[in-house]
Design a protein around this ligand. Structure first.
Ligand SMILES: *Cc1c(COP(=O)(O)O)cnc(C)c1O
Length: 317
């Protein structure tokens, strides 16, 4: 192998031959600059013995958008990625709530300059169990971070670009060190943007209000689902507009939403009690409806679910 790389490198405390220093492919995500990913969830329905993936096509569409923005070539179609994910879930016999994470990264980047790494695509889809927290009763006490959210003049906030995540991670670590469950980030203009990994919604004076996608937020699929359910099923007027920090303190209800956070109530912000300090009425109703939609216990919004066919696999096998 002489010529293409040095003989040795140093890794985790010892020097070793270059070829022996391998990592498992699932370790790649957090070390690869320029990777983009998706976070998708499947929810198990015990009665029908079926796993339902939530808004699979929309997630894969967004992955293609993410790849475009970081100039990775789209070598797989959305349909191929959907098929690959469903086959993987069936073959992994995923009979529980499951997280599905596709990742697109710059392959063969070893020794190259950062500016030269985008052209060659590597792609990974992996799954792991992730139970729902929707009926756990958990509620967050958060602080407004001293970090501001990245803006579109710095990096593209609207996509799941790995390098974006140091921003939210710093805010989360700061919040935890200060004794809070999580953080909220303001935009550089001082408007409420989002939480690390989740969008923010507030209920105030009978409206559901959430920042627009131009305030540095990720283009969240859960946010879209929550707005739709609030409007159609709860009859709540939904308004997308910039939100001031002090409006949050006066809100009746505040919650976070996203694939990872599902619908997570926020009961305290900067030591101001939100509403009654308990999980709000609209928040609770949305949590219950959302869970029924996710698990296929609700007829409405059936088009958001893709049944994996785990049940069929068993029947056939
Ligand atoms: C994934 C993510 C969200 C939520 O998006 P969903 O499509 O609802 O999962 C919000 N903010 C950030 C930074 C995210 O990475």
């Amino acid at each position: 192998m002489a010529g293409s790389h040095p003989t040795y490198l140093w890794w985790n405390g010892r020097q070793m031959p270059w070829e022996e220093a391998t990592v498992h492919v699932t370790d790649l995500a957090w070390s690869t600059v320029g990777a983009v990913f998706e976070g998708i969830r499947g929810y198990w329905n015990e009665d029908s013995q079926e796993l339902y993936v939530f808004r699979l096509r929309e997630h894969m569409d967004r992955l293609i958008d993410s790849m475009k923005l970081v100039r990775l070539p789209a070598e797989y179609s959305v349909d191929e990625l959907i098929d690959a994910s469903l086959t993987l879930l069936r073959d992994n016999d995923a009979r529980e709530d499951t997280y599905i994470r596709p990742l697109a990264y710059s392959a063969g980047s070893s020794g190259k300059r950062l500016s030269d790494t985008a052209a060659s695509l590597g792609m990974l889809i992996n799954t792991n169990p992730m139970p729902s927290q929707l009926d756990s009763g958990r509620a967050f006490k958060v602080k407004v971070s001293s970090w501001t959210r990245i803006s579109d003049t710095v990096m593209p906030p609207r996509i799941k670009n790995i390098s974006n995540y140091r921003n939210g991670q710093l805010a989360s670590m700061e919040a935890q060190a200060d004794g809070y469950d999580g953080a909220l980030l303001l935009s550089p203009q001082g408007k409420v943007s989002e939480a690390p990994g989740a969008c923010v919604m507030m209920v105030r004076k009978g409206q559901l209000i959430t920042p627009p996608t131009t305030d540095g937020i990720l283009e969240s699929i859960t946010r879209d689902a929550v707005m739709t359910m609030a409007r159609e099923s709860l009859g709540l007027p939904v308004v997308e507009r910039s939100i001031d920090r002090t409006e949050l303190y006066l809100a009746d209800e505040v919650f976070l939403c996203g694939t990872a956070f599902e619908i997570t109530p926020v009961v305290e912000i900067d030591r101001y009690t939100v509403g009654s300090g308990e999980i709000g009425e609209a928040t609770g109703r949305l949590q219950r409806l959302y869970e029924d939609v996710l698990r296929g216990k609700e007829e409405r919004y059936a088009s958001w679910r893709t049944p994996v066919g785990v049940a069929a696999t068993v029947a056939a096998g």
